[in-house]
Design a protein around this ligand. Sequence first.
Ligand SMILES: [Zn+2]
Length: 288
Amino acid sequence: MKGKTITAKKLNELINEIPDNWNDSIVTAGSLTPPATATIKDADGKEQAIVTIDKSPGEAGEFIVTCECQEDDCYHSRVLWKLLIETHRKLEEEKKTEAKPAAKPKKKTPEEKDFERGSGEPVATLSEADKDNPNLSVWKELTRPPARALKQIRGGRLSGMSDINPQWRLKMMTQQFGPIGIGWYYEMLERWTEKGSPLPTVKPLDLGEFMCFVSINLYVKVDGEWSKPIFGLGGSKLFEKEKDHFYNNDEGYKMALTDALSVAMKELGMAADIYMGLWDGSKYKTDY
Ligand SMILES: [Zn+2]
């Protein structure tokens, strides 16, 4: 059987017209570098032929193609050439990925350092499915305050819990929605005071503490559309008993407002890891 001498350039032109399912025509394949040989089915899949492609002993870039079919327009040789090209390409790609030097470790941002603090490894608090859930896109941005936004509460009823820096909340809202007044805002609905239960030790004032409350509606803009109001209720004390005296807290309403905002923002996922008890600034408590 006499082979035909064909240039690589010509073979490359010929495989431009090869059908997408050319792979299905391969019955068996031997060596995939010249001299390469394979048994290839006809384009219609009825007959098959053995085809070989070898390097020409003469010119570089020339190949000797031999096929049982002896046809000028041999489909078998085109499929084999395509197979050789694809195999070669894959091998080159593999070489490239292997040769690539290991990526230099990226310098960590303070947030990432915070994230890893304690555990040594970043631990995702969202499951893989949650990470891809578009409904959690805001939540997942807000859920984890960095350690530097947290303060351990010492003493009192909340001892051991984490206090979240209110300024961090404002920054996160701005980061997520834009400046206040443009991407998000809130309205105060009501503010009122309530008398706390009388303190048995108080003399001569038979007066308990005085609590103040604020309710707000928070609004956020997502994809150009304003949300419905997100309600928040917060409280603090205006008149508070300290060790042996009463203290007039002129920041009471302000603290109640901050509290109300934190309650509304919490519903967007703000610092959710803290509220869910998953993160206290030093370590993840649970991995779910
Ligand atoms: Zn052929």
